[in-house]
Ligand binder design. Structure first.
Ligand SMILES: Nc1ncnc2c1ncn2[C@@H]1O[C@H](COP(=O)(O)OP(=O)(O)OP(=O)(O)O)[C@@H](O)[C@H]1O
Length: 869
């Protein structure tokens, strides 16, 4: 940078066009640097890894062990290698990043060279962290500001007069314009101070002025080559949001006016109407920068709580001019830091509405940037040159100037977060950076030769020092030709010619003298003219001074009126401030509401997700059920067919049943007839039995009388006394008396019941375990063996029981009895009548019937009548 030179403006009017020229108050200038300096052609590409990046074996990123500053990206089937100027490991501090990537460029910037630094990477990979930083980790911009102010400490120009304009131009401001600039700065500062105060009270993660002051104190003072210069510092801050450019120093308005891009005569693109604010102290710089950051569009996304939704470009311009010089010559250089929005996919951010629109414009600008980088590289590799599509997006249009000019240091910082979720986007970022590293030489721009300046040639024409010295020429001539020569014959001709020449010379001399005289006259007239003109000038200067004085007066009046206006505005401002404070309160409340709603929204989102999962499960279930339903339907159809067949069979069977019912009815009628017949037969049987009984009685009495007679006759015959035989009145069957002790047990005493058959008659066997509801209690039967006891027991209730224990019974029976019992054996069941306790004596029990010997009818009749048949 030794040959840094100041160059006078060239053709100023044509450079700035008609519009500027007509205003007459602007001083167009253009400056450039000598091209002897060796420029670093390559884009410096740095990689920064976010701290959560773990270089574990499972991770998809790893540092190459063979090559320094190379990164390996492992995918399922392949490994790709990417090389960088330098790789900042996850542990790298903000200071290290600044020192390695920015400090040298800042040094160049202070000595007149431009720089453009931009970050590139996926959303939430740490771009804003690198550029802005946080409270405890200030990023590049705070460090750049601190270093600039530390380096230019004693060389800051506080004058507003000269302001940067367009890409590299400077304009001289009028008093009004200066005042406007001053007002704008004051407004921004007032706002910024309040905002900072509020945010610090809320304990937000913002850098305080004290911290930036600390940085300033610690900052290394960079060497500025021109120590006889003073520098004015100007800030501008713009953002590209949804392909529209906005000024971040624009005062807060409901509707922001988008700015347009324009191109100057050097084909450098600039933002038309972007405000440049003059900064004189570190404090002003801090508040203005903070104000711009506050106005930037950020919002919550699923990947980042404060995701940048725009590309922001923060630019510091310095104008250097010689101290105490009125010469309108400047060094201008600009240092731009661009924080790009993050590349993102809709599927991952789940953005919708305005967030989705933002994503679309962010992604499309990245696509264009990648295409531009690719085409620049391809153009370098082959003869056929393609048009680089800078104009397809605002971002590339603005960056294009840095790509195509040689006097700009271009720095790309690629940020990467090793998240499996963002692997594809990370790969895209790395590929773009790989293309950028391959752009080895910037596109050559022809070195512009200094044109010969119009005014300097005019000046040289009029410079007496460079005019012709006629006297010298004359004396010179005189010296060349001697005044006299010796006469010789051979020399006659020569003499003649000499004479001729002498004559000619004399003629020339007279002509010369005449000319000199005329010239002198001309000079004298010119001097007179000059005198006249200088007199005129003096009078004009007096007039000018008067005019100037009146202008100054006018300006002072304007200034006074502006001050009045300012006061009125200030009053209005104070009034609106109160409104603003109340609005701020409302805003705070609204923010709180918004936070609550956000939390609710998050909750709802999670429930929505759960519901979606449930819906998916339900869908699966429904599908399964539909399958089952289908199968069941098929089965039902089969069953239906079966049913039809069965119905047909049932109808056939019903027909058969009807026929059978008809038959049954016929049979029932027949059965009634039969029943009547049976009843009649039974009645006649009973009559017959009664008759037989009477006949039996008769037969018994007759046989007894015959017996008696026979006995009498026998006695008579044998001559032995007569003994009356014992008569059994009631029974003709042997009476079995059982004196078994087991019957004294209450449990074994059972009340006998005889079941009446439902159909007809009685059962042909006794069963004491039958349901009593179907049994008829049997009337007591009195044993007639002893008359007295029979009479006593007549009124006693007695009970009946069955006994099948023929063995135990037979042990206490007489010999004749045991013979009759043994006939029934195991199938035998015997019905006894049991007398009451008092009645226990001789004989205690009475045999009513024996199943082996008696029919049920007989036994029942015995029970009814008390007679044994
Ligand atoms: N190197 C780092 N060290 C510590 N924290 C970091 C680092 N890089 C990023 N972070 C943190 O990660 C979060 C996201 O980072 P940042 O906002 O800078 O991402 P971004 O790339 O700018 O995202 P976007 O494109 O969405 O704006 C922030 O909370 C930030 O503090």
């Amino acid at each position: 940078m030794e040959d840094l030179s100041y160059v006078k403006p060239a053709e100023p009017i044509s450079r700035f066009g008609k519009d500027v020229h007509e205003r007459g108050d602007r001083i167009p200038k253009r400056f450039s640097f000598s091209t002897d300096e060796k420029l670093d052609d390559a884009i410096q590409v740095y990689l920064r890894l976010k701290p959560d990046t773990e270089f574990s074996k499972d991770g998809f990123l790893s540092l190459s062990e063979e090559e320094k500053n190379s990164l390996l990206l492992k995918k399922k089937s392949s490994v790709s290698k990417f090389s960088f100027s330098y790789i900042f490991k996850p542990s790298a501090s903000q200071e290290e990043v600044f020192l390695k990537s920015t400090e040298d460029n800042l040094q160049d910037f202070l000595n007149g060279k431009n720089a453009f630094i931009f970050t590139y990477g996926t959303s939430s990979s740490g771009k804003t962290f690198t550029i802005q930083g946080t409270k405890n980790n200030p990023g590049l911009i705070p460090r750049i500001i601190a270093t600039i102010f530390a380096s230019l400490e004693n060389a800051i120009d506080e004058s507003y007069r000269y302001c940067p304009e367009r890409s590299v131009s400077v304009v001289e401001l009028t008093e009004n314009e200066m005042f406007e600039k001053f007002l704008l700065k004051e407004k921004c500062l007032t706002w910024a101070k309040k905002l900072v105060q509020q945010h610090l009270q809320k304990n937000d993660d913002i850098l305080s002025f004290e911290e930036i002051e600390l940085l300033y104190k610690k900052s290394k003072k960079l060497v500025v080559d021109k120590d006889d210069c003073v520098f004015s510092i100007w800030f501008s801050f713009a953002e590209i949001y949804n392909e529209k450019i906005y000024d971040l120093f624009d005062m807060h308005k409901d509707v922001r006016n988008p700015l347009q891009l324009s191109t100057d005569l050097d084909k450098c693109v600039f933002i038309k109407g972007l405000q440049h604010i003059h900064v004189t102290t570190l404090e002003e710089a801090y508040f203005l920068y903070y104000y711009g950051c506050y106005n930037r569009s950020v919002s919550f996304t699923s990947l980042n709580e404060r995701s940048s939704r725009s590309h922001s470009i923060f630019t510091v311009k310095i104008l250097g001019r010689q101290k105490d010089s009125n010469d309108n010559c400047f060094i201008t250089s600009s240092f731009s830091v661009c924080d790009l929005a993050g590349t993102e996919r809709f599927s991952k951010t789940r953005n919708h509405g305005s967030r989705m629109k933002e994503s679309q414009s962010i992604n499309s600008s990245f696509l264009v940037l990648n295409r531009c980088l690719k085409i620049i590289r391809e153009n370098q590799l082959r003869d056929f040159k393609q048009v680089v599509p800078y104009r397809e997006s605002k971002l590339t249009q603005l960056m294009g100037t840095s790509f195509t000019t040689r006097d700009t240091n271009l720095v790309m910082i690629v940020t990467v977060a090793q998240s499996q979720n963002l692997m594809d986007e990370t790969e895209t970022s790395l590929k773009s950076s790989a293309i950028a590293t391959e752009i080895k030489a910037m596109i050559e721009t022809p070195v512009k030769k200094k044109k010969k300046m119009r005014f300097s040639s005019a000046f040289s024409h009029l410079n007496p020092g460079r005019g012709v010295n006629w006297n010298e020429i004359v004396s010179c001539n005189r010296n060349i030709i001697p005044s006299s020569l010796p006469m010789q014959d051979g020399n006659l001709e020569l003499l003649k010619t000499l004479e001729k020449e002498k004559k000619q010379r004399q003629e020339a001399e007279t002509k010369l003298i005449e000319l000199e005289k005329a010239h002198r006259v001309e000079i004298e007239s010119l001097i007179g003219e000059h005198k006249y003109l200088s007199d005129q000038r003096d009078t004009e200067s007096v007039r000018d001074k008067e005019l100037e004085a009146s202008k100054v007066q006018q300006h002072e009046q304007e200034l006074a009126s502006l001050k009045k206006q300012h006061e009125i505005l200030y009053e209005k401002y104070m009034n609106s401030r109160a409104d603003f404070l109340s609005l701020q309160k409302k805003l705070r409340l609204l923010r709180d509401d918004y936070e609550q709603l956000k939390a609710k929204h998050e909750g709802l989102e999670s429930t929505c997700e759960e519901l979606e999962d449930m819906l998916d499960d339900a869908k699966e279930e429904v599908e399964e059920l539909q399958k089952e339903n289908k199968e069941l339907n098929e089965a039902i159809i089969a069953k239906d067919e079966d049913l039809v067949l069965k119905d047909e069979r049932i109808s056939v069977l019903e027909l058969e049943v009807e026929q059978l019912e008809d038959n049954l009815q016929d049979n029932a009628e027949e059965r009634d007839v039969y029943d009547k017949l049976v009843k009649a037969l039974e009645d006649s049987l009973r009559n017959k039995e009664d008759e037989i009984k009477e006949l039996n009685d008769k037969l018994v009495t007759q046989s007894r009388s015959y017996e008696d007679e026979i006995n009498l006759l026998k006695k008579k015959l044998e001559g032995q006394p007569y003994r009356e035989s014992r008569r059994v009145k009631e029974t003709n069957a042997p009476i079995i008396r059982i004196q078994d002790n087991s019957f004294s047990d209450d449990d074994n005493r059972r009340t006998p019941y005889i079941r009446r058959s439902r159909s007809a008659g009685y059962r042909n066997s006794f069963n004491d375990s039958d349901d009593p509801s179907f049994l008829i209690p049997v009337r007591r039967k009195i044993c007639t063996s002893k008359k007295k006891k029979r009479r006593q027991a007549k009124d006693l209730e007695s009970s009946y029981y069955f006994d099948g224990k023929s063995d135990s019974a037979s042990t206490s029976m007489g010999k004749s009895d045991s013979a009759s019992i043994s006939r029934g054996q195991s199938a035998r069941r015997v019905l006894y009548k049991k007398t009451s306790e008092e009645d226990l004596g001789e004989p205690p029990d009475t045999l009513i019937g024996d199943s082996t010997q008696d029919s049920p009818n007989t036994i029942f009749r015995t029970l009814r009548t008390g007679k044994k048949y």
